[in-house]
Design a protein around this ligand. Structure first.
Ligand SMILES: Nc1nc2c(ncn2[C@@H]2O[C@H](COP(=O)(O)OP(=O)(O)OP(=O)(O)O)[C@@H](O)[C@H]2O)c(=O)[nH]1
Ligand SMILES: [Mg+2]
Ligand SMILES: [Zn+2]
Length: 316
């Protein structure tokens, strides 16, 4: 039997078989994807083959080749990595300027990772209802940084979605959509608002730390349109994921890091040396672009911090 992995708790997987039936499956301990050392060999979004044993249990026996996936390497530089989801049409990074505050470095690390894995990404700035007038201006300038690079950005309040927000989201959300971001930014709240039900659990953010409390604990995919058991595949699936703290650079080479920062990559075409890392080489075209404000300094700093990860892992 063939199906789609729609839920992952780490130890078991929810699979929607192609006839519309849902079943709980397990994976043999020895089963590993070639070439990827990850904590989870099977991820939400994977197409799998399922075999039912005589005792009624279901086992995943094969995983189809992935079109793409997003992988997160833990920031503590352990070699372990975790596949957030596979076969993604769009990664939506939900971020908040306040309560909690998403760092620009976090945004850039996420976007660079998405570029590295060729997953289209966009940004949803949530909780705009909590912003002061001054913070709204800050939001506008942060959005402008990303829009100028070519990333689509939306600003909204998931708690009170307007008809215009809904229309914009529905046009954007086609295929398999990954919702990612720090804990407490409102991923599950936005999902519920789109589905019109309180299907995903949400949780208040900590008053003491102004951070989320990791309410969502496993990844799950929700159909945006057709009912899951109707046999007919829905037009869009949204994957709600647990909040993440940070993104470490993957096994990227120093020289290729700038490929994942679109505007740095574009400016680098004019660098004197093909292997320029934009850290002081003569004839570098990126440094003047940063100095003149054509490249945001926050983006350049994020680039440097990811380069730093490469060095650390190399000289360890
Ligand atoms: N004021 C305001 N609060 C919001 C908004 N969206 C979400 N919240 C609140 O933020 C808190 C966290 O929301 P969740 O949806 O649980 O956040 P999450 O991103 O799913 O968090 P994790 O599952 O922990 O990763 C809840 O108390 C929500 O009600 C918003 O637009 N405005
Ligand atoms: Mg959640
Ligand atoms: Zn350069």
């Amino acid at each position: 039997m063939e199906g789609l992995v729609i839920k992952s708790t780490g130890s078991s997987f929810g699979v929607r078989l192609d006839d519309g039936r849902l079943c709980e499956c397990h994976v043999k301990g020895s089963f590993r994807i070639r070439g990827i050392r990850s904590t989870n060999p099977v991820a939400v979004g994977d197409r799998v083959t399922v075999e039912q044993q005589a005792d009624g249990t279901n086992w995943i026996t094969d995983i189809a080749d992935r079109r793409n996936y997003i992988i997160r390497r833990s920031t503590n530089l352990s070699k372990q990595s975790h596949i957030l989801a596979a076969n993604i049409d769009l990664a939506v990074l939900v971020v908040t300027l306040r309560h909690p505050e998403t760092s620009l470095t976090f945004i850039d690390r996420f976007l660079a990772t998405a570029e590295a894995y060729r997953v289209p990404a966009c940004l949803v700035f949530n909780k705009t209802d909590l912003l002061t007038e001054a913070e709204r201006e800050q939001l506008a300038s942060v959005r402008a940084v990303y829009e100028r690079i070519g990333y689509r950005t939306l600003a909204l309040s998931a708690r009170s979605l307007t008809a215009a927000d809904r229309a914009e989201l529905n046009a954007l959300l086609q295929g398999v959509i990954l919702f990612s971001g720090n804990s407490g930014v409102g991923k599950s709240t936005l999902l519920n608002a789109l589905l019109g039900t309180d299907i995903a659990r949400t949780g208040a953010i900590s008053a003491v730390h102004d951070k989320g409390m990791h309410t969502t604990t496993f990844s799950e995919m929700y159909p945006l349109a057709a009912a899951p058991a109707s046999g007919e595949a829905p037009a869009a699936w949204i994957i709600d994921t647990p909040g993440i703290k940070g993104f470490g650079a993957l096994d990227m080479e120093r020289e290729e890091m700038s490929h994942y920062f679109k505007e740095i990559f574009a400016a680098a075409k004019d660098c004197r040396f093909g292997n320029c890392t934009h850290t002081g080489e003569p004839g570098c075209a990126v440094l003047p672009a940063v100095a003149e404000g054509r490249i945001a300094s926050s983006r350049y700093n994020s680039y440097l911090s990811m380069l730093g990860d490469c060095d650390e892992s190399k000289y360890r």
